[in-house]
Design a protein around this ligand. Structure first.
Ligand SMILES: Nc1ncnc2c1ncn2[C@@H]1O[C@H](COP(=O)(O)OP(=O)(O)O)[C@@H](O)[C@H]1O
Ligand SMILES: C[C@@](O)(CCOP(=O)(O)O)CC(=O)O
Ligand SMILES: [Mg+2]
Length: 328
């Protein structure tokens, strides 16, 4: 079995705005998805997803219409759960020219799904890397990131940026603006994550912001204002001015909230973090539920979050310096 892993990520700044060409600064964290791939002679795709727990089901399925998961949840949930892997395998077939090869795919992940930590990007990056290597093709990092981006772009029906997948493929802190993707230096970041146990559907949340932008000019202005926050945030990161980074994260959260992608539980965790003395706190990713990211070198924020109603898990996240890892 060919095995690869890829990290999740948190957004210091710029989610949603990055879809419209503004810059974003995500950084990879040591929460990883691991994907193992074994070619099959019968052309079938079988996926065993240990942690794909949407409404409590795990799946083993084939891509053929008559081989869908026999689970007692709605087809829409099954599609939501399986579409990134299916699309990633299409990228493997395209990259290798092996249009008819089948695969046994096993996925294990410690990244909560739909929570803003980039589980979709990590699964796409690891699946494409392991799948292509399983049939003798090793992609260089740029093509791997690009093909993982195409996976998210296809699944999210064009509502995707390169930020999550470039970050997961590359590791570390990165800056993405349109198709300009680069690694950046960042100071040691005392990252704390709060998770409300919920999830948001990235495609839906991004589509909601798009609709708002089309309806209100001031919503488009809000997206541009996030771009200004990111440009200031980059300078603060380069200066190692964590206090300024934190203030700008707070500001970024307020603008995301105005765009309708926060939630009661995300806001509650953000305020609990701030009241505990966090340098800054904001939702991360598509929003609608899931995770916040806060900066705090002390244990105060993690402790406060663990006692916050609605916070299911609070943990310190280490920066993942390495993106995709080739384990076997
Ligand atoms: N462990 C996993 N196994 C299979 N698919 C996964 C796994 N984790 C995430 N995914 C895919 O990614 C989707 C979640 O992606 P998304 O909505 O973008 O949220 P996020 O990227 O913030 O986690 C899931 O619905 C599923 O399709
Ligand atoms: C909302 C967005 O900016 C980030 C989505 O992050 P996540 O899938 O919720 O981890 C969409 C994108 O950049 O592709
Ligand atoms: Mg995602």
């Amino acid at each position: 079995m060919t095995l690869s892993s890829a990290p999740g990520k948190v957004y210091l700044f710029g989610e949603h705005a990055v879809v419209y060409g503004e810059p974003a600064v995500p950084c990879a964290i040591e929460r990883r998805a691991r994907v193992g791939v074994e070619p099959r002679e019968d052309g079938k795709l079988r996926v065993h997803a240990e942690d794909l727990s949407l409404d409590g089901f795990t799946v083993e399925y084939g891509a053929a219409a008559d081989d869908r998961p026999d689970v007692d949840v709605s087809e829409s949930l099954v599609t939501a759960a399986t579409q990134y892997v299916d699309s990633a395998i299409e990228q493997v077939r395209d990259a290798t020219g092996e249009d008819d090869v089948g695969f046994d795919v096993t996925i294990e992940s410690d990244i909560p799904l739909g929570a803003g930590l980039g589980s979709s990007a990590a699964v796409a990056v690891a699946a494409i890397d392991a799948g292509t290597r399983a049939v003798g093709t090793t992609l260089e990092s740029g093509e791997l990131a690009e093909r993982a981006y195409r996976t998210e772009y296809d699944v999210q029906e064009g509502q995707a940026s390169r930020a999550d997948t470039f970050c997961s493929a590359t590791g570390g802190a990165v800056r993405v603006e349109g198709d300009d993707c680069r690694s950046i230096e960042a100071p040691d970041l005392p990252i704390v994550v709060g998770f409300d146990g919920g999830a948001g559907d990235t495609g839906e949340l991004v589509a909601g912001v798009r609709t708002l932008r089309e309806e209100y000019a001031f919503a488009a202005d809000t997206v541009e204002a996030i771009g200004d926050v990111v440009r200031n945030g980059e300078e603060a990161l380069a200066d190692g001015d964590l206090a300024e980074v934190g203030r700008l994260m707070d500001f970024n959260h307020g603008l995301l909230s105005a765009l309708g992608v926060s939630s009661r539980s995300l806001d509650s965790m953000v305020w609990a973090a701030r009241d505990a003395g966090a340098i800054g706190a904001k939702l991360t990713g598509a929003g609608g539920g899931g995770c916040i990211v806060a900066l705090d070198p002390t244990p105060e924020t993690e402790t406060a979050l663990s006692f916050t109603p609605g916070c299911e898990e609070a943990f310190r996240a280490e920066l993942a310096e390495t993106g995709v890892k080739r384990l076997e």
